[in-house]
Design a protein around this ligand. Structure first.
Ligand code: XMP
Length: 327
């Protein structure tokens, strides 16, 4: 049996050997808990849910049903990567739901940040619950809860249930195979399970996704500008070795236009803000120092490749006074 709480003397999982021992232990524990029943998982493609999915696939194969909800606010290439890794490579039983229109229609005209978050969170639960109701014989819900989530929920800092808030009639038993692990350990386990390095070591990404990086009321064209500029920034950071040095980096496209000139003509277009921060615990953060020539190259690419953008600005603000995200 795997303990419910992290034993005080538990050795930190830092090597492939320790990871493999934990994986073997968990596979046995999952099989014992689940038997021949089915398990449901909301697979976002983030580190924790991806590692849980990979672990459960190893333990129970197609008894795991993973649901990937695309709320239309994911980064470029993310839903495709989830499908490629889990359905094509790991042969997972994966349900892919493209709910983009549903989310964007509900969000149309909504500019208050917290209302946007509530709509995204509420709609996510609804879509997930609808998919769950279509399935027969699900008895368990798997979650990527990790040890800091449990500690923080005990301290009253945040509620730890990632897929919490499901309707009351859907009371599944929980399967939480990484709940005694710290984030760095989850990553070591993920690599040992054969997940792509980029998926396991990816930067934090908020649940409401690009929705909080498209300040004010989200429109499809401005959201596309956020997604495309973010993809260019990520590509350039990776090429220049900054992707694993900088804690978190992204672009923001506010609903504001300025005058510029493109192809000899007046261009009244949006501006794109580049945000890159370093942090240890995300309670405080500092703006990362990006080489000036790289910033110029990124500016050149974004202004020429992303429709609707004629300027790029860099956000030098630490947290506090800013937060990491803009909303
Ligand atoms: P802030 O903006 O509060 O962000 O300095 C701190 C960290 O939390 C992430 N973040 C969120 N994550 N749902 C999430 O799952 C959210 O609504 C949310 N808002 C911010 C942010 O990306 C950063 O890593």
């Amino acid at each position: 049996m795997v303990p419910d709480r992290r034993p005080a003397d538990m050795v930190r999982i830092t090597t492939p050997e320790l990871a493999q021992a934990f994986i073997d232990e968990q596979i046995a524990a999952i099989r014992e808990q689940v038997g021949d029943k089915k398990v449901l998982l909301a697979l976002s493609g983030g580190v924790d849910s991806s590692v849980v999915a990979a672990l459960l696939i190893k333990a129970i194969g197609n008894q795991l049903v993973s649901v990937h909800v695309n709320h239309g606010l994911l980064r470029k290439g993310e839903p495709e990567q989830v499908i490629e890794v889990f359905r094509n490579q790991m042969k997972a039983n994966l349900i892919y739901v493209d709910a983009t229109d549903r989310f964007l229609d509900k969000l149309a005209g909504v500019s208050d940040p917290e209302t946007k978050r509530k709509i995204i969170g509420g709609e996510f639960i609804e879509v997930f619950a609808e998919e769950a109701r279509k399935l027969d014989g699900i008895e368990f819900l798997a979650q990527g809860t990790i040890w800091p989530d449990i500690l923080e929920s005990e301290d009253g800092i945040k509620a730890h249930h990632n897929a919490g808030g499901l309707p009351e009639d859907m009371n599944f038993d929980l399967v939480e195979p990484v709940k005694i692990l710290f984030k760095d350990e989850v990553r070591v386990i993920g690599e040992q399970l054969g997940l792509p390095h980029g998926m396991v070591y990816r930067q934090p990404f908020p649940g409401p996704g690009l929705g909080v990086r498209c300040p004010g009321a989200i429109t499809r064209d401005r959201l596309e500008a956020v997604r495309e500029s973010d993809a260019i920034l990520r590509e350039e950071f990776a090429k220049n070795g900054l992707d694993e040095k900088v804690w978190q980096y992204f672009t923001v496209v506010p609903d504001f236009r300025s005058t510029g000139v493109k192809d000899g003509k007046r261009a009244f277009e949006w501006l794109c803000i580049v945000r890159a921060v370093n942090s240890v615990d995300v309670m405080t953060a500092t703006a990362a120092e990006i080489p000036y020539d790289l910033m110029q190259h990124i500016t050149e690419r974004i202004t020429h490749e992303v429709p609707g953008i004629n300027r790029v600005l860099y956000d030098c603000t630490p947290k506090p006074t800013g937060t990491v995200e803009f909303e």
